[in-house]
Design a protein around this ligand. Structure first.
Ligand code: NAI
Ligand code: MG
Length: 509
């Protein structure tokens, strides 16, 4: 038999230069350096429209003012679509529709019937998963592998989980019965646009409430696309209303007299404004605000695993995560080793086109957020901390920031105290367990923390002593719809997820 020789023309295993970048010399391609892959962009059609209207009473409706605002792709700075700007008058129409739906249909419907709608929404999200993942990545800047493997499946999982509760509400609070509140107003941020929407809408619907929700102004597309899912699911008109816009629209949603409860996720600053404006009203309120989590590594921890967890904790979603492990507390004896491993790992993170399936770190969500990150990083350098940044090359267009690690950080530095909300880690050291606890708790926030150690008893002690709503042990940034999530202190109050989160949408009688 004649032997044939095959030449692989396009092997991924071969280091090839990507289009925009010059080929590296063989000396540069040393072990541990970044091998260059061919571009692997996601190419499916996300079925975007040039213009998105408000979703009110089951219909896409033009804003009364006729005003629209552009939304861009933060990785290219190109406009994607025009988004309707809801005025307080539009918000009022949405509340009237929601109240009518609550009084005439949704509030009266048996739980087992409501559950069918919620289940259908979950299934439809799965059916349209690819479109949603691409739209989320294009509008928000997060890597496609995250929107595809985390955001969209988790959003569907929240609807599945709560569909299961709808007909079992008599068991949610043993010995008590629970009733819906009425219409709830919700405002969400831009870091997990679709997922935050699912966290807010799914429990509200399961409990029998109707909803007026506002997405963040930089990431409205998947929220309004979700209106198409609600239409396809045949959800009765007015049960969910989606009003897009910025702070003024948000304030109208939070302050409307028909809102029996408001739920907010965003900055502590805006959370405080909302709390002040609602003081003295009888509205129920839940707040999920900022964080400055400590990831605490003891000297008996499996260091390679810990380094993966640290990287996931702060570079996941460009650090646009309220529970990001933005402070690393490492025990002195292993500090040098951990820092060296960390730098090696950061070197090979792929930063760039969020639609590329190989990208680890995508685009910063907006120019404003990039400015905030730069300002805080500059302050870290000025205050004397030592900065290490990934040697990666950033794309010429779009909002990107190099994965960064500060060492020699002290508790008085701004980078150790303020929420950066970007891919920037501050490393501090400690000697004893008590010192770790004291440093970790020395923050106005208290959303989450991570503990890395071989000792179960130490994990238990830390999880009691750390003033944080979530404490992960030997892992980080893990989520599940059954598990309640929420903060202590200035990170907010109320829980989302699990039985506790559901109960925050009802009244016990
Ligand atoms: P933000 O708190 O201003 O925005 C969050 C949401 O609130 C958006 O939908 C926005 O339109 C709305 N909003 C703004 N002003 C409002 C008002 N007066 N009344 C009602 N709603 C209002 O957050 P921003 O300015 O986008 O980000 C600033 C910082 O906040 C970030 O750098 C980060 O540190 C933190 N943040 C924390 C989040 C979290 O998940 N905890 C999410 C987003 C931001
Ligand atoms: Mg703001």
């Amino acid at each position: 038999m004649a032997a044939k020789t095959h030449k692989r023309q396009n092997s991924r295993a071969t280091a090839r230069p990507s289009v925009a970048q010059p080929r590296k010399s063989s000396r540069e391609l040393i072990f541990g350096d970044l091998w260059e892959f061919d571009p692997a962009p996601e190419t499916a059609d996300p079925k975007l429209k040039p213009r998105y209207d408000l979703f009110i009473n089951g219909e896409f409706t033009a804003p009364k003012s006729g005003k629209y605002f552009p939304t861009i792709n933060p990785a290219t700075e190109q406009k994607i679509a025009d988004i309707a700007l809801a005025s307080p008058a539009d918000v009022d129409t949405a509340y009237q529709a929601a109240q009518r739906a609550f009084d005439s249909v949704w509030g009266k419907m048996p739980g087992r019937e409501r559950g069918k709608y919620i289940y259908r929404i979950a299934r439809l999200l799965q059916d349209h998963a690819r479109e949603f993942a691409i739209a989320e990545t294009m509008n928000g800047g997060k890597p496609i592998k995250e929107s595809r493997d985390f955001d969209v499946p988790m959003a569907a999982a929240h609807f599945f989980y709560h569909a299961g509760w709808a007909d079992k509400l008599e068991y949610v609070a043993p010995g008590r019965s629970v009733k819906p509140l009425g219409v709830v107003g919700q405002v969400i941020p831009w870091n997990f646009p679709l997922l935050m929407m699912a966290w807010k809408i799914a429990p509200a619907l399961a409990m029998g409430n109707c909803v007026v929700i506002k997405p963040a102004e930089t990431t409205s597309i998947t929220a309004l696309k979700f209106g198409e899912i609600l239409q396809e699911a045949g959800l009765p008109p007015g049960v969910v209303n989606i009003v897009s816009g910025a702070g003024e629209t948000g304030a109208a949603v939070m302050n409307h007299p028909l809102a029996a409860k408001v739920a907010f996720t965003g900055s502590t600053e805006v959370g405080k404004i909302i709390m002040r404006s609602l003081a003295g009203t009888d509205k129920k309120m839940t707040m999920e605000l900022g964080g400055k989590a400590a990831n605490i590594v003891f000297d008996d921890a499996p260091l390679d695993q810990a380094v993966e967890g640290i990287v996931n904790g702060i570079f996941f979603n460009q650090g646009h995560v309220c529970c990001a492990g933005s402070r690393l507390l490492v025990q002195e004896g292993v500090a040098e080793a951990v820092l060296a491993k960390l730098k090696n790992r950061i070197k090979v993170l792929r930063v760039g086109d969020p639609l590329d399936k190989n990208t680890d770190v995508g685009a910063i969500n907006s120019k404003e957020q990039l400015g905030k990150i730069r300002e805080l990083v500059d302050s870290g350098v000025k205050e004397g901390a030592e900065l290490y940044q990934s040697p990666c090359r950033l794309p010429a267009k779009g909002f990107f920031f190099k994965p960064s690690v500060f060492s020699n950080v002290t508790m008085s530095h701004r980078i150790a105290r303020e929420e950066i909300f970007g891919p920037v880690l501050s490393v501090l050291t400690f000697r004893t367990v008590d010192e770790a606890i004291e440093k970790a708790n020395n923050t106005p926030y208290g959303l989450s923390a991570g503990v890395w150690t071989d000792k179960g008893s130490r994990i238990l002690k830390m999880s009691v002593e750390l003033k944080a709503g979530v404490v992960w042990a030997n892992t980080y940034n893990k989520f599940d719809p059954t598990s309640p999530f929420g903060g202590y202190k200035e990170s907010g109050f109320g829980r989302e997820g699990g039985r506790q989160g559901l109960l925050d949408y009802g009244k016990l009688i």
